[in-house]
Design a protein. Structure first.
Length: 236
């Protein structure tokens, strides 16, 4: 049984697990017959007017993958929240926030980013509390985590139940504090050992140099069986 299968089914109706965040607003838009990339016939909400169709605010919880870390050449190895795929306001990024803003101007400025380096599932609890302290609470929660909970010492199976219990606590907290909010859990972009290896092999420096098949090779890069948990498809 996977970790996500242990999340109470009462919550699964409010949670969507997406492999591509670009599909988010396609799911929110009207059913005009097109899929992702199809022209939308939706009418944006008037400026300043709250929408009952699209979220009026957005927050992201998670690790540095949410903060645009190391994406600004002028400030390497630091957060660059303007480049966040979730809440960034850099037009070049075309974030979820900017796509939402194009459909619902009332969301302007309502883009909270709680992501912090080193975040694991335990830290999500405090980030959820911070987000829920907003008045009113956000209407769309994005969560990107799991990377820092992966173990490469063969003990991942022992961590499944604690991980599931804490993630469930986070989801229940959000569901209770923001009853009308939508929650999306986003999986990591390198979803498989093979994908990670392909990306790493083209990177200069330590990441590419550390690829291999030996016992000391990074967990994701081993060609042998990898006992590393990645959040899979959540259905319900």
């Amino acid at each position: 049984m996977s970790v996500v299968s242990r999340i109470p089914r009462a919550l699964t109706g409010r949670i969507a697990l997406v492999a591509a965040v670009a599909a988010l607003l396609a799911a929110c838009s009207s059913s005009a017959g097109g899929g992702p990339g199809a022209a939308s016939t939706s009418t944006p909400a008037p400026v300043g007017q709250a929408s009952d169709k699209y979220p009026n605010s957005i927050v992201v919880l998670g690790h540095p993958g949410t903060t645009g870390y190391d994406s600004d050449p002028k400030a390497p190895e630091t957060d660059a929240v303007q480049n966040s795929w979730a809440t960034g306001d850099n037009p070049a990024v075309d974030s979820i926030y900017l796509r939402l803003l194009a459909l619902n101007p009332a969301a302007r400025g309502q883009n909270l980013n709680m992501g912090v380096a080193g975040t694991g599932v335990n830290e999500l609890v405090g980030q959820a509390d911070q987000a829920l302290a907003a008045n009113p609470p956000p209407e769309l929660f994005l969560i990107q985590s799991v990377d820092n909970d992966i173990r490469c010492d063969g003990t991942n199976a022992d961590n499944y139940a604690p991980f599931a219990a804490t993630l469930t606590e986070v989801l229940k907290k959000i569901a209770s504090g923001a009853p009308k909010a939508k929650i999306l859990i986003v999986n990591s972009p390198w979803a498989t050992v093979e994908n990670y290896g392909q990306v790493a092999s083209h990177l200069p420096g330590p990441r590419a140099a550390n690829s291999g098949t030996g016992a000391a090779a990074p967990c994701f890069l081993r060609s042998s069986h990898v006992d590393c948990y990645l959040i899979g498809t959540l259905s319900g």
